[in-house]
Ligand binder design. Structure first.
Ligand code: GLU
Length: 377
């Protein structure tokens, strides 16, 4: 039996969060009405964050989806002028919903509608940022959306994934949470590829990561995985972490605090700390390594786990997968990301670094688990 991880809270340590909520979560896809019970549960999660002193900024979609029903507009895609009219009517309903659900917890909301010229032109940017910061300072919750009813097609985000990333970086949020209908990034779109594997941690958005994203998801939300990856680039470059989590069930924020699966995109600065937090929070251990007393001492001193200290390897893991590290008595003492895959780990366990290089090649990394990827539990 593995010891329980010390913490499974994916949000531990964050003081300022931007939470983006997609239309497909807020609005029932069949009836076009607001998912009231779901929103009530989410408002409770947000109130709990506020009670802990966390600043929260919401980027909420749903105006167009709600407005379509209010104005009786049918059809999968609407001409621009009708979707702008829908946004205009729907935004009122959306703001009212947030004001009443958060108001039930004594929280005041403030609405801000943005377009790229506001977020990108310095004079407007500084002003919008000050307004958001002032609302936060007053204990209120800014509710942000794109100003869809007047935005022109040339000057428009069009998706709230990228808009929310820009907002998160504007206010220097620690993290941006994208609540979605999927629990993160997969190696391929899971609807198309049954072998797609969930990706827990993205340290850097490489072309390989971009290739994993497919097209847009549902007819209500504009953003698919592609715009989420674009959002990830905006956020992580500016030092804001991004999490993609499934929001369809009740209490999605509380779920993240108790171990719900998600994908973390580590910020470009401070990647080590973010990575360690993620390792500690991860529940899915793909393998185990038993180590000797000498190696256990080295780990306690903050050093890497080298092959020579490993006596047993089990499980099926690739390089980068989470593994549990057990002391000689079988108790879990650390968690880390494997530096070698299972086959290579088997081959080199118990061997000195020279022998490891002779087996795996001169330019190989010789750590079983590098210290940057290792957390004591
Ligand atoms: N701003 C749009 C709305 O409120 C949604 C854009 C999106 O789904 O990303 O309806």
């Amino acid at each position: 039996m593995l010891a329980q991880p010390v913490s499974t809270n994916a949000l531990a340590g964050y003081r300022r969060l931007t939470v983006k909520i997609g239309s497909a979560l807020l609005v029932d896809q069949e009836s076009g009405t607001l998912r009231d019970e779901w929103l009530a549960a989410l408002a409770k999660d947000i109130a709990a964050l506020k009670a802990r002193g966390v600043d929260v900024v919401i980027v909420s979609s749903g105006a167009i989806a709600l407005g379509r029903r209010l104005l009786g507009l049918k059809g999968v895609s609407l001409p621009l002028e009708k979707s702008q009219a829908a946004a205009s009517a729907g935004q009122i309903a959306l703001s009212q919903a947030w004001a009443s659900h958060l108001g039930a917890h004594g929280l005041v909301t403030g609405q801000i509608l943005l377009t790229p010229n506001i977020t990108e032109e310095r004079r407007y940017f500084l002003n919008a940022r000050t307004t958001i910061a002032t609302l936060l300072g007053l204990g209120a919750i800014p509710i942000i959306n794109e100003n869809d009813s007047v935005a022109t097609s040339e000057i428009r985000y069009g998706d709230n994934d990228r808009l929310s990333a820009r907002v998160a970086t504007m206010i220097e949020a620690d993290a941006l949470i994208l609540l979605s209908d999927i629990d993160g990034l997969y190696t391929a779109p899971p609807a198309r590829d049954p072998d797609a594997r969930h990706v827990g941690l993205v340290e850097e958005i490489t072309p390989a990561i971009e290739a994993m994203a497919g097209g847009a998801a549902s007819h209500l939300s504009r953003g698919g995985m592609t715009t989420k990856i674009e959002a990830g680039k905006i956020a992580t470059k500016a030092g804001t972490a991004m999490l993609i989590a499934k929001g369809t069930g009740a209490h999605p924020i509380a779920a993240l605090e108790t171990g719900a699966r998600h994908t973390l995109f580590a910020p470009a600065q401070g990647t080590t700390a973010a990575r360690k937090r993620w390792i500690l929070g991860t529940l899915e251990i793909e393998g185990r390594m038993v180590i000797d007393a000498g190696a256990a001492r080295a780990l306690l001193e903050g050093r890497s786990l080298l092959p020579i200290g490993v006596t047993e390897v089990s499980g099926r893991f690739e390089r980068g997968d989470p593994v549990a590290i057990l002391g000689p008595d079988g108790r879990e003492i650390a968690r880390g990301l494997a530096g070698l895959d299972r086959a290579a780990a088997d081959l080199v366990k118990g061997k000195k670094s020279d022998a490891v290089r002779a087996l795996l090649g001169a330019d190989t990394r010789t750590e079983m688990v590098h210290r940057d990827n290792l957390v004591l539990v």
